[in-house]
Design a protein around this ligand. Structure first.
Ligand code: APR
Length: 238
């Protein structure tokens, strides 16, 4: 089997940068119905509410920084590259912290820093227009309100076939900071096991899709990942 390391990250990796996770205590969905703010129907029904919710998250993004977990993954990517080992980082997160730490991430749930026009398809990378009360008009067609280029419930995640193919050919798979509850991303761990990959899981709370076959490293990603990435590198450097 060719050596290929695939990493999947979730909200727990950005928690140590001050970004609330979705589930669990203090989570984004706590006290707020997902259907109110993260579905195409919500956007059609109450675009002002949805826009306020996402502008709050975009403001937080503009004032946050990558943490040691992001840097450990960027370092792993670089050092595996030097060893000639294929690497890809798939993230469920819509923040830009992996990129700012130096990783090239596949954003299967989209990106908060990108706005998209539903009329003409124009995309704009912008973290300057953060006023919750002012929509961002499309610079191309003039449509009054561009939407966040994130994948809402009921919409198809990005690059699913490409990601499934990569995980299906992985020799090592690391799932970090995700509750393992939202599919198809939560199915990647089983796909990796079925492909014969060595599977590593790290999260603060035990993920729903954890199995006895996985090497499990509980804890905060900012504390666990630097050592866990070294362990994976040692295994691959033999
Ligand atoms: N370090 C590591 N893991 C952490 C930390 C931390 N500091 N803090 C929390 N966690 C763990 C929690 O134990 C939980 O397992 O991160 C996970 C967060 O789970 P969720 O909030 O469900 O986030 P995630 O799994 O990324 O959600 C998947 O659901 O709502 C949709 O599109 C949204 O991409 C998101 C998807």
């Amino acid at each position: 089997m060719d050596l290929r390391v695939v990493v999947l990250t979730g909200a727990g990796v950005s928690a140590d940068s001050g970004h609330p996770t979705f589930r669990g205590h203090g989570g984004l969905w706590e006290g707020r119905a997902v259907a109110e703010v993260a579905t195409p129907e919500a956007w059609a029904r109450d675009p002002e509410l949805v826009w306020r919710f996402y502008q709050e998250r975009r403001q937080l993004l503009a004032s946050s920084s990558p943490n040691p977990a992001h840097f450990a993954l960027a370092d792993l990517e670089e050092r595996l590259g030097e060893l000639g080992v294929a690497f890809s980082l798939v993230t469920q997160n819509v923040d830009d912290l992996h990129a700012r730490a130096g990783s090239a991430a596949i954003h299967i749930h989209g990106e908060l820093s990108v706005l998209r026009c539903e009329v003409c398809g124009e995309k704009v990378r912008d973290l300057d227009h953060l006023d919750p009360a002012a929509f961002f008009p499309c610079p191309e067609c003039g449509h009054r309100a561009m939407r966040p280029d994130v994948v809402w419930f009921g919409e198809m995640p990005n690059r699913v076939e490409d990601v499934f193919r990569q995980v299906g050919n992985a020799s090592h798979f690391l799932s970090v900071g995700t509750s393992g509850t939202v599919y198809p991303a939560a199915g990647l761990l089983q796909l990796a096991r079925d492909a014969g990959a060595k599977t590593f899981v790290s999260s603060l709370d035990e993920p729903e899709n954890l199995s006895m076959d996985d090497a499990y490293f509980p804890g905060r990603a900012a504390e666990v990942l630097p050592e866990l990435c070294e362990l994976i590198l040692r295994q691959l450097s033999r």
